[in-house]
Write a new protein. Structure first.
Length: 554
C-alpha cells in the first residue's frame, strides 16, 4: 500500500474486553479505498464488516481494543486525539448506519436532525440550514420535503427514515462515505434512485464510498472493487468482475450461489405453499386507515379500500414502494393500528371494534416479525428470555427449565449458537438480532404470522436458510403468513400469491408467477426493472436501459 490511498487499513485487529478476557473479532484486516472509488465490503453477518468500518471513526464501544493502522489521507487515526476524530466525523468521513430507527433520536423531528448536522459543520443561520435541509430531502427523493421536516422518525416509513439519514450523511459533502447497508430498508425503485444518487455524488464531489452490504445485486451495480470477509478475516478481494466471474474461493462462490436472482429464478418454485382450501386465515375488505396530520387538517389516507385474503396455510407476498402502506396493513390486522373503515378478520376474530379480551385471545394465535430488530428487542433482556417471553405472557409455559431449553432450541433453529441465550441484543450483529426476532415469532407456534421485511437485515446465505426455515415451519405447523418485502426475488421464491401496493391502493394481485413474470401494470413493470441482478455485465446493461427509459420519460 502507498500514501496515495484515501483510506488505508493495515493489519487491523479489533478485540472486545468481555468478562476480563479479550475476544478478537477481526484479525489483521487489510483494505484500501482510493479517491472517487466505490469499494464493497461483503460477507456474512458477524464477519466483522461493520466493526471494521466503525473502527475508522472510532465509533466502537469503550471496551473495544484496536491494533494495526488506519490512515486517512496519510494521517494515522488510531493515535489521533478525540478532538481530531470528532472533527473528522462528518467533515471528511460520514457514515450511514444500518438501522435508521435506532440511529435517529425519536424526540427530534427530521428537520431538527438535519439542521443540527448542517450547523455542526458550518457557520450558517438556522433559516439557511432549513432551506438546505429541504433541498437535501428533495435530493434523496423524499416526497413533500418541506412537510417532511416537521415529522418525527416514527411518523415515516423505514425507507423514508433511511433516506433522511442519507441526507444527513451527505450534508457536509464528505470525502469518504461509509455506507453500512444503506439500502436495506428501501424498496427497489427507491434503492435504484439512492444508488444513482450515490454514484452521482461520487462523480460530482469526487467522493469515495465504502459500502457494506449483503445484497450482491447492489455490489454488481455500483462497486469498482470487492473485499470479502469471513470470521473476521479478509478471504478474497479483487475487481467486481473478478469476484463474480473468476474467483476461486469456495466461500465467495457459496455467497454468490445463495443470492436469489429474479431474472434467473425457475418458473417452478418449489418453496411456495398454496392455500389448503379451508376458510381464510385473514380476510380484509374495504380497509381504510388514516393518520391525523394536525389540528383542523385533513387526515392522511395511508390505506384506501384494500381487499384481499390469505388462505389457510398460505404465504402471500405484499410488495410496493416505501410508504405505500405495506407495514401499516400488517400492523392493522394485528390490532396495532386503528382502522377507520372496512373489515379485517384474523383467525376468525373481527379486528374492527374488537373487545380487549377477544384481542388478547386472538394474539395467542398470531405473531409478528418487525422490520427493525434493533428497536423491537428489549436491550435490557437476554435474547433467550426475549424469545420465550410470548410463552410466558400467553401462559403457554411457565416452567423455567422448559423455557430455557425451548429458547436454546429456537436459537439453533435460526443458526445462532444455543450458548448465546444469555447474551444481550447489543452483543449481536444486525442480522443476528433479526434471527432472534424470527425465533421469538415462531415460539408460540402461531396460526398466522405477519413478517415485515424479515430478511432485509440478513446476509444472503443466512437469508436463504431463514427462508428455508420459514417454508419448513409453514409445512410442519401449517401457519399462514403475510410476507411484507421489497425484495421481489425473495417474494417470488417463497410466496404463492403477490399483492402490489401503490400509495395505499392495490395495483394488481395474482399468482407470483403471473405478477412477477408477466406484470400487466406499468408500476409493477417499473418495480421489476429496478431490481439489481447479481451479475455485473447484465446489471450494466439493465442500468443503461433504465437510465435511458428515465431520460425518455423526463
Amino acid at each position: 500500500m502507498s500514501d496515495t490511498h484515501l483510506l488505508e487499513i493495515s493489519s487491523l485487529s479489533v478485540a472486545f474486553r468481555i468478562d476480563g478476557e479479550n475476544v478478537e473479532v477481526t484479525h489483521g484486516v487489510d483494505l484500501h479505498v482510493d479517491e472517487g472509488e466505490v469499494v464493497a465490503l461483503v460477507g456474512e453477518s458477524g464477519s466483522g464488516k461493520s466493526v471494521t468500518a466503525m473502527s475508522v471513526t472510532d465509533l466502537l464501544p469503550p471496551n473495544a481494543l484496536r491494533s494495526g493502522s488506519i490512515r486517512f489521507a496519510g494521517e494515522e487515526l488510531l493515535t489521533a486525539s478525540e478532538e481530531r476524530i470528532r472533527k473528522l466525523r462528518g467533515d471528511d468521513v460520514a457514515m450511514i448506519f444500518q438501522e435508521p430507527m435506532t440511529a435517529l433520536n425519536p424526540v427530534y423531528t427530521i428537520g431538527t436532525h438535519l439542521v443540527e448536522a448542517i450547523r455542526c459543520h458550518r457557520d450558517i443561520t438556522r433559516e439557511a440550514a432549513l432551506a438546505e435541509a429541504t433541498g437535501l430531502l428533495e435530493q434523496v427523493g423524499l416526497p413533500e420535503p418541506a412537510a417532511m421536516l416537521g415529522r418525527y422518525p416514527h411518523e415515516i416509513s423505514g425507507g423514508q427514515r433511511q433516506r433522511a439519514m442519507i441526507a444527513m450523511a451527505i450534508s457536509a459533502r464528505p470525502r469518504l462515505l461509509i455506507a453500512d447497508e444503506p439500502t436495506t430498508a428501501l424498496d427497489v425503485t427507491v434503492q435504484a434512485g439512492i444508488l444513482d444518487l450515490l454514484l452521482r455524488l461520487r462523480t460530482e464531489l469526487g467522493m469515495a464510498i465504502l459500502i457494506i452490504t449483503h445484497d450482491m445485486g447492489v455490489v454488481a451495480d455500483v462497486a469498482d472493487r470487492v473485499v470479502v470477509m469471513q470470521h473476521g478475516l479478509v478471504v478474497d478481494r479483487g475487481t467486481t468482475d473478478h469476484i463474480f466471474y473468476d474467483s476461486s474461493q469456495t466461500y465467495t462462490r457459496d455467497l454468490l450461489e445463495a443470492v436469489p436472482d429474479l431474472s434467473a429464478v425457475a418458473m417452478t418454485r418449489s418453496g411456495a405453499v398454496a392455500a389448503t382450501g379451508e376458510a381464510p386465515t385473514l380476510e380484509v375488505a374495504g380497509l381504510r386507515i388514516e393518520y391525523r396530520t394536525g389540528w383542523r387538517r385533513a387526515p392522511f389516507v395511508a390505506v384506501d379500500d384494500v381487499s384481499f385474503t390469505v388462505g389457510d396455510g398460505e404465504l402471500v407476498g405484499l410488495v410496493g414502494e416505501s410508504g405505500s402502506g405495506k407495514s401499516t396493513i400488517g400492523r392493522a390486522v394485528l390490532g396495532l393500528t386503528p382502522i377507520q373503515a372496512g373489515s379485517a378478520r384474523v383467525v376468525g376474530t373481527e379486528i374492527v371494534g374488537v373487545r380487549r379480551q377477544d384481542l388478547r385471545l386472538m394474539r395467542r394465535t398470531v405473531s409478528v416479525v418487525f422490520q427493525d430488530p434493533g428497536s423491537s428487542l428489549n436491550p435490557r433482556v437476554p435474547i433467550g428470555r426475549t424469545i420465550t417471553d410470548p410463552l410466558r405472557w400467553n401462559r403457554i409455559e411457565r416452567d423455567e427449565r422448559v423455557l430455557r431449553k425451548t429458547a436454546e432450541d429456537l436459537l439453533e433453529s435460526v443458526k445462532i449458537p444455543r450458548e448465546w441465550a444469555d447474551r444481550y441484543p447489543h452483543e449481536l450483529s444486525g442480522g443476528q438480532r433479526q434471527r432472534v426476532s424470527i425465533a421469538r415469532a415462531i415460539s408460540t407456534r402461531p396460526r398466522f404470522m405477519v413478517a415485515d421485511e424479515p430478511t432485509s437485515a440478513l446476509d444472503v446465505s443466512v437469508q436463504a436458510s431463514v427462508l428455508d426455515l420459514l417454508q419448513e415451519l409453514q409445512r410442519s405447523m401449517g401457519f399462514s403468513c403475510l410476507f411484507i418485502s421489497h425484495d421481489l426475488a425473495v417474494v417470488e421464491r417463497i410466496a404463492s400469491r403477490v399483492i402490489v401496493l401503490r400509495k395505499g391502493e392495490i395495483v394488481e394481485q395474482g399468482t407470483a408467477s403471473d405478477i412477477l413474470r408477466a406484470p400487466r401494470e406499468p408500476y409493477t413493470q417499473a418495480l421489476i426493472a429496478a431490481v439489481p441482478v447479481p451479475d455485473p455485465r447484465r446489471q450494466r446493461v439493465r442500468r443503461a436501459e433504465r437510465l435511458a427509459a428515465a431520460g425518455r420519460r423526463s
